[in-house]
Design a protein around this ligand. Sequence first.
Ligand code: 26V
Length: 821
Amino acid sequence: DVDRESTRTGMSKTALKQGFLDNLFYIQGRFREVATPHDLYMAAAYTTRDRILERWIKSAQHYKSNQSRTVCYLSAEFLLGPHLANNLVNLGIVETATEAAHELGLDFDAIIAEEEEPGLGNGGLGRLAACFMDSLSTLQIPSIGYGIRYEFGIFDQTIEDGWQVEKSDNWLRNGNPWEIPRPKIRFPVFYGGYTEQYRDHDDRTRTRWVPAQIIDGVAYDTPILGYGVGNVNLLRLWKAEASESFDFQAFNVGNYYGAVHAKIEAETISKVLYPNDEPEAGKELRLKQQFFFVSCSIQDMIRLQFNTVGPLDSFAEKFVVQLNDTHPSLAVAELMRLLMDEHDMDWDRAWDITHRVFCYTNHTLLPEALETWSVSLFERLLPRHLEIVYEINRHFLDEVRIRFLGDEERVRRMSLIAEDGERRVRMANLAVVGSRAVNGVAALHSELVKTTLFKDFHDFWPDRFHNVTNGVTPRRFMVVANPRLARLISETCGSDDWIRDLGRLRDLEAHAMDSGLHERWHAVKIAAKRDLAAWLKHRTGVLLDPEAIFDVQAKRIHEYKRQHLNLLHIIRCYQRIKQSPNQDMVPRAFIFGGKAAPGYFMAKLIIKLINAVAEVINNDPQINGFIRVVFMPDFNVKNGQHLYPAANLSEQISLAGKEASGTGNMKFSMNGALTIGTLDGANVEIREEVGKENFFLFGMSADEVGQHQREGYRPWEYYARDAELKSDIDLINSGLFSHGDTQLFRPLTDRLVNQDPFMVLADYRAYIACQDHVAEAYRDHQHWTRMSILNVARMGKFSSDRAIREYAEHIWRTEPHPIGL
Ligand code: 26V
């Protein structure tokens, strides 16, 4: 028998069982016989949470009494994925919990599968934030993630008649056991109105913002537990609520319904996540969202400063703020406003603190992705911030003019305000000027940041620019997603130290020729492929052959990522089999996953074409299953966890220079997939690490792409000169994949032949040739397995722990604060 305390915190099997039954009874109000699968999941989640909370309180106390320097990671997105399995791994109680569940007669995998993931992000940028939170805790660095508690996250994707259909993601419907509402941690956020000058008690002229609207932000906290440590950090997400203090009566005299309507409107601010990969439509609500979470977060930091250290003078020593892309860059102006207007500081003191607090990460070079806001919208919503932006700009451009005498063209380029056409605020320039460090996310990307996007800024402040190559957490993407492989690695290396120190995977190299390991490695991969095949059969009806090459491309659908290049290769394979049905071809399963932005027509047409090609190939008796094509619906963190362990080949085929880093490339390779890829983003470094003989490289380099573009790129010449390429594109236009409709895919094929902005046709021939090498290599099972082992063994660099260590040392200058168990 266990006492009350240990049912909450005990780690023994008995304590877990008792805690589970307690939570089922006292929280869900159920007994075993009538409990639904969801009740069982909730009870398991609370039982796990109980054990985290104790560590959390200890961490908070420790950080407070030590006045620890704190990293604040500001991000509009956190794509966390399901919590339960991950928290069990980090607590180190997977085995005990599994046994406890079995003794209670429960299907533990089913309980884990019951969790609906918080999809509070679009893709790479949001998932990176989640990996970083895991590593910050594991490395014992005091930190707070700040973001928005969207009521609806990224849409759920279904496929109907081959087309993507979006369904709203009502993830909070059944409750969220991982969050703790903090109704008393609440800050007012202002919008609109006007500014006015007044004289304070010392007869100094000050500025006051008189808003037209006030909305409250309320904190919801999720504990983020480190792996095998006592440290638990905080993810604090803000929900918008109508303000209590705002006097609705005054604005709605006698208009009760108007006042209620205003309350409803207030809550829309944290209602829904916007797609980040759709061209900015200048959406007012999006700017309101950005300011909303930024203002709450900075106010919260100031509150914490007063609660721990005291005066604001040491604010930049207590806090460092990392801006995840430009979405939170209003924070620069908001901190200036709060320091000056609310806390009496003059400009110079406020600026000295502000520019020492912020650091900014750039995540894309695509010009259409760079955020700007029209001055008129900005002024209407944030009149005080526009004044501050102008003032920052005036100080900054004065410095530029002194350094580059007479170079007004440069001044115009560097200005925080774009003056060509409608005047707009350039958020990236604001972020660079307001930060003491700026970084790109892979070596190649960071070079391009310095030489192209921010060239003028690099000329001006060369020391401000850094590279931190992205990484992913091996806890989720190896231990949680691929427990069989994790076990095999631990047994082979004789320890599970690699989970916290991924460089230790190198120990596998000594066994790369060992036939015993080869056999087990192969068996682990086949088992994962069988699991995925069963999963896909259940959800799509398509049956895959586990012996085939599992060739996977899973990522957001975008022209620059070139899913259509992959399709052209599939069509090539199809035509080859049709032309000579008896040839000896290596069987392949082509697997796609990914969402298209709801307003991105071309991306949605690519999804339709994938499904159309799949339908024809999968039903052609002559193909006889030699190649199969399947689209996994609703690719997200949870579904991705089925994909990474099962892949043999990882498609990383973006046009060189366009993919800032990529992180899926890392997840596949650390699960033993080989990469076929261009020299883009982190592919360059992955290839360096795993060795060029263990990587399938093809295509133009970023330099060659630039050269080609300068010389004038003419895709129709490739189409005219390459008979196979022409016949692949013509087959799409023939109507074969569209029940005779020759027009359906015309927008896509016309774009390829006439514009081809991402040079699919220029890289086609090299890609096909490279895929032929892949097929040949796969025939030699021994050799392929050896390459697979070496890929895993050499992936140590791509742990997000390494990335966070680099941020901590070179950018943040923070120290670990270990909390024991
Ligand atoms: C935004 C847009 C908006 C306009 C249309 C084209 C477009 C394309 C992409 C984006 C996303 C920008 C931010 C982002 O998610 N970047 C991703 O960040 C990952 C983490 O650093 C990185 O691995 C990916 O390569 C990068 O695309």
